[in-house]
Design a protein around this ligand. Structure first.
Ligand code: B12
Length: 210
């Protein structure tokens, strides 16, 4: 059997070379790519998400683990069927118009990709109409909005209004986050979910898509 524990430990330690070596070895031994993804990498990232939420792992360590994950996924991608990677659902993510902060958004994106979501990243300073267009084009299950400035929080409301006006509100779940955002704000503007960090954002995405 593949050394899943070893893969998880190396992932948590941020050792990308170690992880890719173990992943390649498991493939050589005949382990299916999907099994390595689910039993080693995604399980490892789930633990990272939990540790981040509980304050036992910090942003730089999480970024290193996420880098291990994406390096390993690059090896597995050609060997995975289409639904293995996209099985969790389709997400469109971006930082709202007027806001250029993207470090947290990128972290949320990486965690979601790690959990098997196909994520379309619209980048920063994304206008409401561009979110609407991307939801339509990608048939997204979830749209994730990030804002780091109190001055750009109202843009989340405007984006939700545009999604409603575009007739897409029934087909897409909306989650929001960023340092100034709160659960109350999410409730007030009619979002489906709010999460304070990338670990819990990931859990919420799984719940919303499920
Ligand atoms: C880095 C930074 C910048 C960088 C951004 C670089 C980049 N590529 O992102 C630069 C230098 C460009 C910048 C510019 C500005 N910044 Co700035 N910036 C920061 C800083 C120091 C860190 C933000 C960060 O990356 N944190 C680390 C990440 C990992 O955390 P996070 O973003 O909160 O994300 C986590 C959660 O919020 C959540 N999350 C995030 N997005 C999402 C989305 C979803 C869907 C979910 C569920 C969860 C989620 O998960 C993430 C991971 O756990 C903060 C201070 C701070 N401590 O927050 C100020 C801060 C956000 N900036 C601030 C300001 C004022 C500005 C400027 C206006 C400064 C100026 N006068 O020009 C400009 C605005 C530019 C613009 N139009 O956006 C203020 C905002 C005040 C406010 N409340 O409005 C802050 C709070 C600093 C301060 N104390 O004054 N900034």
């Amino acid at each position: 059997m593949a050394d899943y524990d070893g893969i998880m430990q190396l992932l948590m330690a941020g050792d990308s070379d170690g992880v890719t070596t173990k992943v390649k070895k498991a493939l050589e031994e005949g382990t299916a790519a999907g099994e390595i993804l689910n039993n080693g990498l995604i399980k490892g990232m789930d633990i990272v998400g939990d540790k981040m939420q509980s304050g036992d792992m910090f942003i730089p360590e999480v970024l290193m683990a996420a880098k291990c994950m994406s390096d390993a996924v690059e090896i597995l991608k050609p060997l995975l069927g289409d639904d293995a990677v996209g099985a969790a659902g389709r997400v469109v993510i971006g930082t709202v118009k007027g806001d250029l902060h993207d470090i947290g958004k990128n972290l949320v994106k990486m965690m979601m990709e790690s959990a098997g979501f196909v994520v379309t990243d619209l980048g920063v300073d994304v206008a409401p109409e561009d979110f609407v267009k991307a939801i339509r084009e990608n048939e997204a299950d979830i749209v994730a909005l990030s804002a780091l400035l109190t001055t750009t929080m109202p843009m989340m409301q405007q984006t939700i209004d545009a999604i409603k006006e575009g007739g897409l509100r029934q087909q897409v779940k909306i989650m929001i986050g960023g340092a100034p955002v709160t659960q109350k704000f999410a409730d007030d503007i009619g979002a489906d979910g709010y999460a304070a960090d990338a670990g819990s954002a990931n859990q919420m995405a799984k719940t919303l898509a499920g």
